[in-house]
Write a protein of this length. Structure first.
Length: 289
């Protein structure tokens, strides 16, 4: 079976207190030198602004390339030679890249998924750290784009009776929700890597009790942003638009994504080229608009 890669579509939001649009923040990062762009182990390697009309039917976009520092990486392997280390200078490390594309007119962020790279939550944290220590406020968030009808159903869902979750402990903690953080704290002492749990309001066939709708929806919305670190996210409750009870919404089935063959990416010096990764993001965008 041919190896596939996935482009995921996200919505970018920010609070009214955030001092500028994300496009202005990307322009600000672009003015910094590479050594000034480090935020922890992350750096925005490239910011390439593409004006509308340069490519047919394409709006103005930003091509982005993030890199995550890796102190330990793979070895060099020969056909008849034992695996060996890759020699680097003392100030060098491995860099794990993640390509992205931002569409200011739609506030969309497209990410070419890289399991070892960075995801939407860390990208939002990076954007928010454009000016550390200043009085300016930045509060960007990046959330998976869902089928609009599913979003409306989730927002209107009443009397929630159960929630099923399977996620990594890191995803639960990163959600920064009251319930998610509590679950992460409870499972960490066992050195668990992944947690599967059902929160149920009732026992047996009783249906008189309900979960806290506000807490559950807050946790769900924050877990949605954790991408592939969350593999199950189902909520059951009463849908007032239909009057039906025990309606199940499987949120992960409705995330908008597009899959391509990995062989569509060009390899040079044992790396996927950034231009071929950006081209794949462009093609995904054209399919959605």
């Amino acid at each position: 079976m041919a190896k596939m890669v996935t482009v995921n579509l996200f919505d970018v939001d920010w609070t009214p207190q955030t001092c500028q649009k994300l496009s202005d923040t990307l322009d600000e990062f672009n003015q910094l030198t590479l050594d000034q762009r480090w935020r922890g182990d992350l750096r925005l390697e490239q910011v390439l602004k593409i004006p509308a009309g340069l490519y047919p039917n394409m709006p103005a976009v930003y091509h982005l390339d993030f890199v995550k520092k890796r102190e330990v990486g793979p070895g060099k392997l020969g056909n008849a030679v034992p695996v060996s280390g890759i020699q680097m200078r003392i100030d060098e490390d491995f860099g794990e890249e993640t390509a992205a594309l931002y569409v200011p007119s739609k506030k969309w962020l497209l990410i070419l998924h890289n399991h070892s790279g960075i995801g939407p939550t860390r990208m939002a944290e990076y954007f928010n750290a454009v000016d550390p220590g200043s009085a300016r406020q930045f509060a960007y968030s990046v959330n998976p784009k869902l089928d609009p009808t599913v979003v409306a159903r989730l927002g209107g869902l009443k009397n929630i009776t159960s929630v099923e979750i399977t996620a990594t402990v890191d995803a639960l903690e990163a959600s920064q929700s009251t319930v998610g953080t509590a679950l992460a704290l409870a499972t960490k002492p066992a050195h668990a890597q992944r947690v599967s749990i059902t929160l149920g309001a009732n026992t047996g066939k009783k249906k008189l009790n309900f979960l806290s709708s506000q807490s559950v929806k807050s946790m769900i919305n924050k877990l949605r942003a954790q991408n592939d670190d969350v593999s199950v996210l189902r909520v059951k409750g009463e849908d007032p638009t239909t009057g039906k009870k025990d309606q199940v919404i499987n949120l992960l089935e409705h995330k908008i994504k597009r899959r391509f063959g990995a062989n569509e990416l060009k390899v040079v010096d044992h790396r996927y080229t950034i231009n071929s990764r950006w081209d794949m993001l462009d093609r995904a965008l054209l399919g959605w608009i």
